[in-house]
Structures are given as C-alpha cells and as structure tokens.
Ligand binder design. Structure first.
Ligand code: 9G3
Length: 596
C-alpha cells in the first residue's frame, strides 16, 4: 500500500481527552477517531491490526473445534425477559423501539439469542457438544466510557457459546478454550495471566479472566507468590490479621455528635480504625440484612450476595436505616438490632472491645463484645481483599498488580437453558436442560492492550503478529528520482509481504516521526547519500540502531529478519511472564553487532 493512497491521519499533538497511552497512540497513529463518547471509527491502520487479531482468534477457535456464525445485533425484548435480564441490566442495556412500539435491545452479549437458536434446533444428545462463535459489534451503555476502546459503548467482541449434555463435557471444552485463549494472547505477543474471577450476576460458578499486565489496567489482580493463586480483587479470598484476644471491658455509650465516618469516630475516640465495626444495611429480595466489616476495610458486595444466596442487593436508603435502627445513617450497630439478619466478616471473629454505632443519633458504643453484647447469623468471608492480606490457600501475603481484562471464560451451567427452557433428550430419552459455557475476547481491547505493552515515547512498536503492515519503505526524498526508483523496485520485489511505502513528499523529519509513531516492525530507509554507494538502512522499530545493507541484498535480508523475529517471538512469548530476558533480546543485541 502507498501511504498517499491510504488514509493515515497522524497527530503531532497529544489528544487532550485521552488518559492512557494506548488511547493516545490509537488516535495519534491514525488508527481510529472518536465519533461520539465511547464510539469509534476504525481507520485503515486500525482495522488492519484488528483483522490480524481476528485472524489469530479464528484460527485458534477453529482449532479448538469451534465454528463461526453471525447472530443478529437486534434482540427482541421478549427474549431478554425470558432470562430475566431485561430488567436486571437497567440502563446499561441499549434499548430501541421499532415503528410498532415493540422493544428491542442492541446486543451487549448473546447468551439469550444463541440459546433461543439452539433450543429450536437441537433435540438429541447425539448432536452435542457444539461450540459456536462469532465476531461482532457489541453495545453497552457504559456510565463512563473511557480509555478509548477499552471501555467503549460499541466494541468488537469474539463471543463463543458451547452446549453440552453434561458437566464433564463442559469441563473438556472449558479446558480446551482455556488453552486456546492462552495461545491467542501468546500469539498477540501479550504478557498475560489467567486469573480466577467472579461470575457476578451472569451466574455459573467457575470463570477465569485473561488479564494483560498493564499499569493502566482497570482491574486489580491479587496474586500469591507462595502457591500461584491469582484472582481478581473482586474474587480473591484472603484473610487479615486476627484481632488480639483481650479481656472484655464494660460496654459504654459515648456521645459522638455529628461524627459518622470511621476517621471521625476513631480520631475522636483515639482508637485505631480497625477497632471500629462498620454496620452496613442492605435491602435484598429476602428482606433487610446488616453486614459487619472491620472499620479499616471495605466490604465485597459480591461475596455478600453469594453468602446470602441472592442475585441482587442495594444499600438501604437513609429512610430505611432510620426505620430499621431508629437512628440516621452513620450510627448503625449490631447491638439490639432487631428484625434483620446479621452477617459478619471473619476478621471480626475472636475480636472484642469494638466500637460500634449505638442505633441512636450522635452516639456510639465502645467495648462491645461478640456473644455478650450482640450475635450474628454467621461469619463469612466478606472482605474486599487487599495486597498484604494472607492468601486463603497457603497463608503467604498476597501481592497486587493491575491488568486489562482481554478475555473471559465461564462455566454457565444451566442458568440460561433452565430459564429459557432449552432442553434436549438424553440417552434414556429424558428431557434435560443444556449445560452451557460461554467464552469472550475483547478484540478491540486486545489491540489496545498490545499497544499498552508495546510502545515507547515515540510511538507504537507493533509485534509482527498484529502489525498493520510488516515493512515500511521510507524514501527520505521521493522527489529524488533514484530514491523513488529504488523504493518502487523494492516495493514490487516485496509484493508478497504487507508493505507500506511512504510516498509522501514530506520532510524526512516528518516521515521519521510518523514511522516511529505508526510503529511498523521493519523499516527500510532509502537516503540519497547511502544510495550512491548502493546501500540502504534496515531498522527494527524495537531497536535503536540500524544496519546498512546493499540494495541487492535487501529483499533477502528483509525476509530473513521477518522470519527471525516471528520465530523468536514464539519463544519469547513463552518467557513472557515477568518480562525476563528472552532470546529475542539476544538477537536484537546480535543485530546491533551486525552493524559495521
Ligand atoms: C448486559 C449488559 C452488560 C453486560 C452483560 C449483559 C457483561 C453481560 C457478562 C458477559 C459474559 C459473557 C459472552 C462471552 C463471554 C462473556 N456486561 N456481561 O452478560 F445486558 Cl448491558 O458478557 N458473554
């Protein structure tokens, strides 16, 4: 492709609204443009990188036994009512009406549509298992679209769904998908980690997220250096230090006028925040509950939902709190609290002489002790895990890091097949609901994640496997006839490769800057002076130095270098955990030595 014939609108300035590197670079390198909040146009370079990722995904999905189809974007509301998600997803679900006033959703994911399809088509266990996938635009009305395509309202996802006669068949496919995902992200050059995650409202129990390690990641990941346990912060099970066991003191009511927060109360009383107990009231389908958590820590509401066995909960309103406790928000406590279930976090077990709200305006109780002064309905892990907590498996302190979630795999079980009455006949002729799995990859997000991991201060440094072009031919002065001729000749000699020829009549400085910004892995620079000696320069974007090569040798040299970096990327990706030194680093060093 010739630069002038395509459309690569690079930007010199930093786009003001872009908060993270990948977002800035996707705009600056001319990969995409914003249409409106969370909605992007993919420009020619952007779509080429996307297609590279898609091709890898298709190969690996087909290799894992999947087949591609394409489901509709427009989903009738009735289908979403059947799964009870029409109401559950509220404003995040994009909704439209047709001319007859019928309701539709713009598909944010396709569990309902695929379940509807297969319940009408698959009757017998003999037709199972089946694994179907699509790559399609998804719509979600995010509260705060940001980070470019990472949290967009319209984005590309590969979503796959599997249908099985039983759990063991699902487990096999889940394993195969886990491996396929590992290969996909490896082939994209990404340093990633599969972590245990929470299935949240979508149900099912087992789920893994594939996290690309990145400082700008939206997700916090906790890992255990002791046993290798890795989970999202939402999911992670941990324990805090146990409270010291001390003799119970006499309970006392203290006047704490206007003091509501942990900081205010602990400051006023001169006690450590961890001696306070926060009492948080929630409304659930099954009535009101109070959750007790140590003053210095946050509650994990997903764990609370799981402990309660409910799918949804809301914090009680100030009015409800007043009615339940007799006091305004900020003074709730477990002592004498009637008519609500009380759950406590493990970290409170065995402790004593707590400070709690007195269920009376402007008052707290001090030296409150479990058993003597209050009871709970059970102790659970309700803690939002933190770095430094003890691993729930082996007890070693957890470390934390950040990641971008690029993929997620779920064992859904029968959640959708039961609610949507999707049944098949088993070997004994008995009707059973399908056992299902679903598997997603954020395609556009994966491109952004690659850029997060592969860039420097000057621009993108594409790994060969997802680069929009493999080779950039850069004649410094296209108006110099021998340079132009050499560039054109090379361009046709490399016609079987993905080559971009910068045929613009721009200054050399502009072209170099754009070359670094756009980040094509291999650059062939044709300069007037070296051309007189029959030489051109070859440079890898990932390396600071170039090598001088005689013009006749260029095609062969380009091919062998591409071959080398692609085969080494494969080895490199196997060493990618923690960015240890890889053989690729070595060849780059050799590359430097090759320079005369
Ligand atoms: C919605 C809306 C937002 C959503 C969902 C539904 C996330 C929703 C989870 C998934 C799970 C899997 C298929 C591929 C693998 C992942 N956000 N999720 O279900 F209606 Cl508005 O999408 N889907």
């Amino acid at each position: 492709m010739r630069w002038k014939e395509t459309f690569i609108p690079t930007l010199k300035e930093l786009p003001a609204e872009a908060e993270i590197t990948s977002h800035r670079l996707m705009l600056r390198a001319g990969l995409m443009r914003k249409l409106t909040s969370g909605v992007y146009t993919y420009l020619p370079l952007g779509i080429r990188a996307i297609k590279k990722v898609e091709a890898i995904v298709r190969e690996e999905m087909d290799g894992a036994g999947g087949t591609e189809l394409l489901l509709p974007i427009l989903h009738p509301a009735e289908l979403w009512r059947e799964s009870r998600r029409w109401d559950h997803y509220g404003v995040e679900l994009m909704r439209i009406k047709d001319r007859h006033g019928r309701n539709f959703a713009l598909g944010p994911t396709h569990e309902e549509v695929i379940t509807d399809l297969l319940r009408g088509e698959i009757r017998s266990y003999r037709d199972l298992p089946i694994l179907l996938y699509q790559i399609q635009t998804k719509f979600r009305d995010e509260i705060r679209p940001r980070f470019g395509v990472i949290r967009a309202r319209e984005f590309l996802m590969k979503d796959a769904y599997s249908f099985h006669p039983d759990e063991s068949s699902l487990n096999q496919t889940y394993q195969r998908m886990y491996q396929a995902y590992s290969r996909i992200f490896t082939r994209c050059g990404l340093s990633f980690r599969p972590v245990e995650a929470d299935s949240g409202a979508i149900g099912g129990d087992v789920t893994h997220e594939f996290m690309v390690l990145a400082q700008n990641g939206e997700s916090e990941v906790l890992t255990c250096p002791g046993c290798g346990y890795a989970a999202t912060q939402e999911r992670a099970e941990s324990r805090t230090s146990k409270p010291v066991d001390e003799a119970p003191l006499a309970k006392e009511l203290v006047h704490t006028p206007g003091l509501k927060t942990v900081e205010e109360v602990s400051g006023f009383l001169g006690v450590e925040p961890k001696r306070l107990v926060k009492t948080i009231l929630y409304r659930t389908d099954g009535g009101f509950v109070a959750a007790l958590i140590r003053g210095d820590r946050e509650i994990n509401e997903i764990k609370l939902m799981r402990a309660l066995g409910v799918e949804d909960l809301q914090m009680a309103t100030p009015d409800e709190i007043l009615r339940l406790t007799g006091a305004p928000l900020g003074f709730s406590g477990p002592v004498g609290l009637e008519g609500v279930g009380i759950l406590a976090d493990y970290s409170l077990q065995g402790g004593g002489n707590f400070v709690v709200g007195a269920n009376r305006e402007d008052h707290h109780l001090i030296n409150v002790n479990y058993g003597r002064d209050f009871r709970v309905d059970g102790f659970f892990d309700l803690l939002l895990a933190q770095k430094g907590d003890s691993c729930a498996r082996c007890g070693k302190p957890l470390s934390s890091g950040r990641g971008i979630e690029v993929g997620q795999i779920f064992k859904l079980g029968t959640k959708y097949s039961e609610s949507m009455k999707a049944h098949f006949l088993d070997q004994k002729g008995k009707e059973r609901p399908f056992v299902m799995g679903c598997y997603g990859i954020g395609i556009t997000r994966t491109v952004a994640a690659v850029i997060e991991q592969y860039h420097d201060q000057d621009g993108i440094i594409w790994p060969l496997s997802v680069a929009p072009y493999q080779v950039l031919i850069l004649p410094l002065n296209i108006t110099h006839p021998p340079s132009k001729e050499a560039a054109e000749k090379l361009y046709s000699q490399l016609g079987d490769l993905e080559v971009l020829l910068d045929d613009r009549e721009e200054r050399a400085g502009v072209k170099f800057k754009d070359a670094d910004l756009v980040g094509i892995p291999l650059r062939v620079t044709i300069g007037e002076r070296s051309l007189q000696e029959g030489k051109v320069e070859i440079k890898l974007r990932s390396e600071p130095t170039s090598i001088s090569v005689s013009i006749e040798e260029v095609p062969q040299k380009v091919r062998s270098l591409l071959e080398k970096i692609s085969s080494l990327a494969k080895v490199d990706s196997q060493c990618n955990i923690g960015r240890m030194k890889s053989p690729l680093d070595e060849i780059y060093e050799q590359g430097i030595n090759e320079k005369e």
